[in-house]
Structure formats: C-alpha cells, structure tokens
Design a protein around this ligand. Structure first.
Ligand SMILES: Nc1ncnc2c1ncn2[C@@H]1O[C@H](COP(=O)(O)OP(=O)(O)OP(=O)(O)O)[C@@H](O)[C@H]1O
Ligand SMILES: [Mg+2]
Length: 420
C-alpha cells in the first residue's frame, strides 16, 4: 500500500538534475548537496579506490586531479546504442553506461529519502519532448529504459511528464489570467517548446490534454553550443583549421572528437595516438602538432570542454571571455567575444528558432495569438537566443522563470495532483 507522501518528482537533466517533494503548502526542492537544489548530472568513478562521487563533488574531485573517470551527459545515452555498452571506469572495472544512470538515480533517491525522513517509492520523471529526434522507436525505447533504470534504482511506480509542460504548470501557479503561453525550455541537451493554455480556472485539473496545443523539440542545446565554442575558440590554438602541407588545412577529425564530450576518450586510445602522432608531416606549422600531442598525452579534452562551456557563459554574462591555455604552453591563451560567439552559434540558434516556429505550425496558431513567452533552462541565459525566440512571437510578453528550478517545480505540481 502506498503511503500518501511517498513520492517525488525528478528533473533528470542532461547537465543538471533536481528533485521536488510534497510539502505542507505545495512542494519543496531537495537540497541535494549542501546549499544546492540543482546539481550537475555527473558521476565520478575513482580509479584510486573504486569510490563514487556525484554532482558538484564529482566534478570537483575530477578537477582536483584524482585519477578516475568523470561521466557527464549520461541522459544523452538513453535511446542510443551506447546504452548497453560497457566502459572502463578505472581499476580494470567495466560498467554499462545504463548502470551510470541507475547509480545516479539511486543517489537522488537516497538523498531525498534522508531529506524526507521516510521511503520514497513513486516518482514522476520529466522527459524531453524527444529523447531522440525523428526516430520514434528509439525515442520510445529511451523512455522504457529510463523507467526500467528508475525501477532498478528502487522506485516501485514511475510515470512521465514532458519537461516543457512541467514548466508551464510552474508558470501557471503565478498566472492571474487565461493566457496562451509558449514555453521555451532550452537546457543542455534539448530545446523544447510547448504551447499551453494556462490560467487560474484550469490550474487544478490533472488531465490537461485539451490545453496542450502542441509540444515539439529538437536535440540542439547548451552542450552543442559548448562544442561550437570549443571548435571556434580553443581548438584553433592546437591546430584545428591550420594550414596543412599536402592539403589546405590539416585533417579535422581529431579536433571534432576532442570537442565532443562522449567521444573525448576515444582519442586517447593507444592506436589512435599512434595514428595522430604519425600525422606530423601533414602540419605546415609543427608547433600545432606538438600542442595537440601534449593535449592527448595529458588527457586535457574534458578540461577543454569545461573551459569552452565557461567561455560561453562568460560571453553570455560579460560579452567576452579569456581562456587560459598555459598548461599546454607558457603564455598560451585564447580570447572570445560576443560577435564571434554569435557566428559560431548561428546555425544552432537557427535550428532552435525553426523548432519554435514548427510548434506554432503544429498547433495551427498565429504568432500574434501567443500571450506570453516563458523562458526556462540554463541556456536561456544567452541573450542572442532569447532575442531570436522573441522574434518568433513578437507580441508575446517575455517572462523569465527560474532557469534551473521551473521544470522540477512543475513536475512536483504534477506529482502532487497525480499521487497526492
Ligand atoms: N548564463 C548562462 N548562459 C548561457 N548558458 C548557460 C548559462 N548558465 C548555464 N548555461 C548552460 O545551460 C545548460 C544547462 O541548462 P539546464 O540545467 O537547464 O539543462 P538540463 O536540464 O540539464 O538539460 P536538458 O533539459 O536539455 O536535459 C548548460 O549547457 C550550461 O552551459
Ligand atoms: Mg532541463
């Protein structure tokens, strides 16, 4: 028999995760790490003693230089062929990628139970509109796999809600009048849109299918921006796009892999290193090749990815970024600024804008019928992106939600209606 408060809501994000619990008045967010209700979706496996760390602690342990493997972006393996593949996490230990998801969900469950003071057996899990674009079979498999992972992590009953619809439910709590809102949830892995009728009279209903006019998304978001920034701002310093001897530029494959989070480790494979070492004759400027080899020897790929993300955020906040690369070569650095970031991200932003337009089209709604444009998700910190989206619905009022808490709060509202 389920207890009345034995449930939670989980926003398992590509970059960050959060959990909401029922509270006397509505919901409360769980402090998953001291001082934080939103923590990185990251697991660190120590190669020194086999221990695991989660969230900020995982990232910090890795940055502090402990030997081991940091796993991030694990949501993006759902629905991919990687899911059942094993990967080495140190000390000769191999684990399946899906086991990383299970371990992370288990951690969220345990911390939440400590917080609640009792067992939690039921969960509402958020899901993106598409785990996988344009592939319904894989997409369905991703949800099934996530449900299965949650069960193995210890939840007896799980149900799903779309992330942007959750954000709409959160927005609705403060909404005084009937409005047609376009929710734009731009996170780390997906950019999702929903067109939802919200308002005080609709708020208490569980079944909202009639109010959801369209739900659409695309697999382009913050992690893709990081890759573009990496290729535009950092990789040129180690030879990306530099003149070749036989060809006009040196081959790009190693740089693309180095800039793609889940492929970084493939570049360190011994035979790949040998192959790249032999490419020295292809470089017109041998120094670039030396720097590249140093990056591979020191396994700096993940660190570069983190710096690219920081540079993107610095540009978003202050219009420019300085990237220190002294650990490759004394005095080496790179800089980046808003116009260059705008150029690097232009194609990705255009895809996201298209997804917003497609959402209107699917709902058969004119852009001037949309009353509010509600922004959530970390990537809505990019002004160029929010401006571009505002251009799709120029008459709508721009509303900025809590970028890291709206989805989990809305999932909590839904969980309380469904389970409470
Ligand atoms: N100020 C900022 N400007 C631009 N981007 C930012 C800013 N702060 C964080 N980000 C980016 O936001 C993204 C994370 O957002 P969020 O936590 O909403 O994603 P998520 O929920 O984990 O992912 P998803 O919902 O796609 O699964 C990261 O790519 C991060 O770099
Ligand atoms: Mg999200």
């Amino acid at each position: 028999m389920s207890q009345p408060h034995d449930y939670c809501a989980i926003d398992f994000g590509t970059s960050n995760s959060a959990v909401a619990l029922p509270a006397e008045r509505g919901i409360k967010l769980v402090e998953l790490e001291p001082g934080y209700t939103s923590i990185p979706t990251a697991v660190f496996f120590s190669a020194e003693d086999g221990s695991r760390a989660f969230g900020r602690e995982a990232v910090q342990t890795y940055v502090d230089g402990y030997d081991g493997r940091l796993m991030r972006s694990i949501k993006s393996i759902l629905g991919s062929d990687l899911m059942d593949r094993a990967t080495e996490v140190g000390l000769g230990v191999n684990i399946k990628y899906i086991d990383v998801v299970i371990a992370y969900l288990k951690q969220l469950k345990q911390v939440s139970e400590r917080h609640a003071g009792h067992a939690i057996e039921r969960a509402i899990l958020g899901r993106p509109v598409f785990f996988v674009d344009d592939e319904p079979v894989r997409d369905a498999r991703a949800q099934t796999t996530m449900a299965e992972a949650a069960r193995i992590a210890g939840f007896k009953e799980v149900a799903f809600q779309f992330e942007p619809i959750a954000a709409a439910l959160d927005y609705e709590r403060t909404c005084q009048k009937e409005t047609l809102v376009m929710v734009a949830d731009i996170g780390g892995g997906t950019s999702d849109f929903s067109l939802v009728r919200v308002g005080p009279t609709r708020h208490a209903k569980l079944e909202r299918a009639d109010d959801i006019l369209a739900n659409h998304g695309v697999h382009v978001a913050g992690t893709d921006f990081d890759r573009e920034v990496n290729l535009a701002a950092i990789m040129p310093a180690i030879g990306f796009g530099s003149p070749g001897r036989q060809q006009s530029v040196v081959p790009g494959a190693v740089y693309f892999d180095l800039a793609t989070w889940h492929l970084i480790n493939t570049v360190y494979a011994p035979n790949r290193i040998i192959e790249i070492r032999q490419m020295v004759n292809m470089y017109a400027n041998i120094r670039h090749h030396e720097r590249l080899m140093r990056v591979l020897e020191r396994k700096l790929g993940h660190e570069f990815a983190a710096r690219a993300e920081q540079a993107k955020i610095d540009v978003a906040l202050t219009t420019k970024a300085e990237i220190d690369l002294a650990h490759i070569e004394a005095d080496l650095n790179a800089d980046f600024d808003e116009p260059r970031q705008a150029r690097a991200l232009a194609d990705k932003l255009a895809k996201i804008v298209d997804a917003a337009k497609e959402t209107l089209r699917l709902a058969n709604i004119r852009n001037d019928e949309v009353g509010a444009l509600y922004f959530t998700g970390g990537s809505t910190g990019l002004r160029s992106l929010t401006d571009a989206l505002a251009g799709v619905v120029p008459a709508a009022e721009r509303v900025t939600g809590d970028r890291f808490a709206s989805v989990v709060s809305g999932l909590g509202v839904y969980a309380a209606r469904r389970f409470g």
